[in-house]
Design a binder for this molecule. Structure first.
Ligand code: UD1
Length: 367
């Protein structure tokens, strides 16, 4: 069996590392990197650290407006798929690379397997939400991380080919956490001690591309720093550029704005943080797995279970709400009861290989 796997953005390299490890045991994998993320510390670093094989194709698409970026990917992915003729195309998550990969494959009648299907924020202003909804509509296999995701698809009338597999990010974390703890020197490098710093990330377009939102978030971080908290802030390149425009990063020790860090360093930073402040999806769950309270800098989340369990507080961009939630965070009680058991990737591969008799699809278990 030949399976083409499309990746392009940082979180997809992490998910792909977990799935490809299993996939390569039973299939020929053709790895296609769209080039959406291209800085060393957003791309190559993850391939080296997670021992992901070099992609057979790097399309080098790079940054650009949504239409130009997605259109260029669509054209180039189609050429590769016509040449390779895989049995399946696997796409991950909700990026422009996901949408382009799914669309190119579906138009060529190659079945699409969407890993992380069914997630919804119900906010169509997010490009990621549009990417998810469209990708799910044209996928043959919808591999869901949560029951909520299965229910979301059912409400949209999508029942066929839907499987609850768990979260491949959980597999990735479980696989790497010991190595991360043993090898990462990030706490020493930053001169911070466990449970004595807050970890912050911001990269969503709704927060970075609207200066008033980024200004409010940055001023909340300043308020926290002034009150004596240490804020460690690995900034996405997009965010760093915008912050520089706001003159927020000149030689500041606190908030400590640093370049993006590797996956292993990020696991260690997340595990030992006092509180996580983020608009990232992945980091909300990592905080949950590590028993670290999370303050989410958005008004909604796709990972509703973390909020329902009292681990995650949605605060939007209001500085006072951010500061209040960060300084008196919710006290988590029930770690790791959602998002799988670390075997999601095995299920994904069994479904692709057709050897999943004992995995029940959601159309069979219709409620
Ligand atoms: C993308 C995804 C988002 C995902 C995120 C993870 C879409 C619509 N969004 O957003 O779902 O959560 O990745 O990080 O696909 N840039 C660099 N160097 C890089 C990559 C990006 O400087 O290596 C800068 C560029 O200025 C670019 C900006 O980041 O204009 C945005 O890049 P984009 O490709 O839209 O991705 P993300 O914002 O990271």
């Amino acid at each position: 069996m030949k399976v083409a796997v499309i990746v392009g953005a940082r979180p997809q390299f992490i998910k792909c590392a977990a799935v490809s490890r299993e996939l390569r045991k039973v299939a020929t994998e053709v790895l296609i990197h769209t080039g959406q993320h291209y800085d060393d510390n957003m791309s190559e670093l993850f391939f080296r650290e997670l021992e992901i094989p070099k992609p057979k194709y790097n399309l080098g698409v790079g940054s650009g407006p949504h239409g130009a970026q997605s259109g260029e990917m669509l054209k180039l992915i189609e050429e590769v798929l016509l040449k390779e003729r895989p049995s399946y195309v696997v796409v991950y998550g909700d990026t422009n690379s996901t949408l382009a990969g799914a669309l190119a494959a579906a138009k060529l009648h190659i079945p699409v397997a969407h890993v992380e299907a069914g997630l919804r924020s119900f906010n169509k202003r997010m490009p990621e939400e549009i990417n998810r909804v469209v990708t799910d509509q044209i996928s043959t296999l919808l591999l869901c991380p949560t029951e909520t995701a299965v229910d979301n698809l059912r409400r949209e009338g999508i029942r066929k080919g839907v499987y609850l597999v768990g979260d491949v990010m959980c597999d990735a974390m479980q696989y790497s956490i010991e190595t991360a703890e043993r090898t990462s020197k990030i706490l020493e490098r930053l001169e911070v001690r466990p449970k004595e710093y807050l970890l912050a990330t911001v990269h969503r377009a709704e927060n970075t591309d609207r200066p008033e939102n980024l200004e409010k978030i940055a001023s909340a971080f300043d308020m926290l720093a002034k009150s004596g908290e240490i804020v460690v802030f690995p900034a996405h390149p997009r965010t760093k550029k915008r912050l520089e425009t706001l003159r927020r990063v000149d030689g500041l020790r606190n908030p400590l704005v640093i370049d993006p860090v590797s996956y292993l360093d990020m696991l260690v930073l997340g595990k030992h943080a006092k509180v996580v402040l983020t608009d990232s999806g992945g980091l909300q769950k990592e905080a949950y797995w590590f028993g670290v309270p999370c303050v989410t800098l958005r008004d909604e989340t796709e990972w509703v279970e973390t909020v329902e369990a009292g681990w995650n507080t949605l605060v939007g961009t209001d500085p006072d709400r951010i500061v209040a939630a960060a300084t008196s965070p919710a006290l988590p009680v029930d770690p790791r009861s959602h998002y799988g058991d670390g075997h999601a990737a095995e299920r994904v591969v069994r479904i692709l290989a057709g050897s999943h008799e004992n995995l029940v699809s959601a159309d069979v278990t219709a409620r």
